[in-house]
Design a protein around this ligand. Structure first.
Ligand SMILES: NC(=[NH2+])NCCC[C@H](N)C(=O)O
Length: 316
């Protein structure tokens, strides 16, 4: 039986340091229209109300900007993902900035608290900072630390106030399960822009990583097989795709582009192969920012990948 997809729109950008990621969802919808596609008519869509009004207020803690809004968004998205899975739909989360991953992960764990959740993280960044280590205070650099219940106090550089400490604790404990994922259930692909505190965690916990060069050397197919073999002990898997995993030569329409990324073709093949694995229970695509782009290129790439992934999923 093929499950029906449900698109969950998360037009939130309070986790990013550059403005415009909240327009990513609509940019992808415009790309669909330009391709003459009925994708957004065919699939059910729901929108998680956002907290972007906080952008007009002070950002609060310098080391966890707008963390109260991030907590609200994480709880809302978690409920939506949980309900979608309980209704036996396949959630496709469209961001927004990558802080939404904490909510997606929380929702999957809320629906399947006893299941071991594997995570395939295709991204230029590790997003494994805590407020104690962040160089920017931007919460889209933290969703993995939230989900891993990781403070990284060994690498501490920032002094937090009590309010931030309390919010950070609540964020890690959304749904009263912490940690929600384990380091050994994580695979990172194309991650190439990390800071020292992140490198420390990745090395210490021996996180499985495939660089862009390895993807090229071994071939996409081989990397997909090895990733799935590595996560074989997991019961369910989330595919989290940040479009900044793509190389900026084809589009700069994302907040934090980094050279040395995947081509759209590589990412499309990789994700569409992965989604045929029946353990994959959710897919998310984040960080399209049309305000930084030319002629909506990144949204077009994201939409093409989205179609490839959903076709592969439905044909399985
Ligand atoms: N989801 C993203 N685009 N994350 C970028 C994070 C960049 C940097 N590591 C930071 O913490 O600010």
């Amino acid at each position: 039986m093929t499950k029906s997809l449900k698109i969950i729109e998360v037009k939130s950008e309070i986790g990013a340091g550059t403005r415009g990621a909240s327009l990513g969802v609509d940019a992808i919808k415009i790309a669909a229209l330009d391709y003459g596609s009925r994708f957004f008519k065919k699939h059910a869509c729901v929108e998680v109300p956002n907290e972007n009004h906080l952008l007009l207020e002070s950002s609060g803690s310098a080391y966890a900007k707008r963390i109260s809004g991030i907590l609200t968004m994480t709880e809302r998205l978690s409920d939506m993902v949980r309900d979608t899975l309980n209704e036996k739909h396949f959630p496709v989360v469209l961001g927004g900035d990558h802080s939404c991953a904490a909510g997606t992960i929380a929702g999957i764990k809320a629906a399947y608290p006893k299941s071991r959740l594997g995570l395939i993280w295709i991204d230029a960044h590790a997003d494994i900072h805590s407020p104690y280590t962040t160089p920017s205070g931007n919460m889209h650099g933290m969703p993995l630390a939230i989900s891993l219940d990781e403070d990284n106090l060994n690498s501490k550089v920032n002094q937090l106030d009590q309010e931030t400490i309390n919010y950070w604790y609540q964020l890690k404990n959304v749904g009263n399960i912490a940690p929600k994922i384990k380091y050994e259930d994580l695979v990172m692909i194309s991650v190439r822009d990390t800071e020292k505190p992140e490198d420390y965690l990745l090395r210490k916990n021996n996180v499985k990583m495939f660089s862009t060069a390895e993807v090229r050397k071994r071939g996409v197919e081989r990397v997909v097989i090895e990733t799935m073999m590595y996560l074989d002990h997991c019961d369910i898997i989330l595919l989290s795709f940040d479009v900044d995993a793509l190389d900026p030569t084809s589009s700069r329409g994302t907040g934090t582009p980094v050279t040395g990324g995947l081509t759209e073709r590589e990412a499309g093949i990789m994700l569409s192969r992965m989604v045929t694995n029946p353990k994959v229970c959710c897919f998310e695509i984040v960080e399209v920012n049309p305000t930084l782009d030319r002629e909506n290129q990144m949204a077009e790439h994201a939409f093409e990948i989205l179609v490839k992934v959903t076709n592969a999923f439905r044909n399985d």
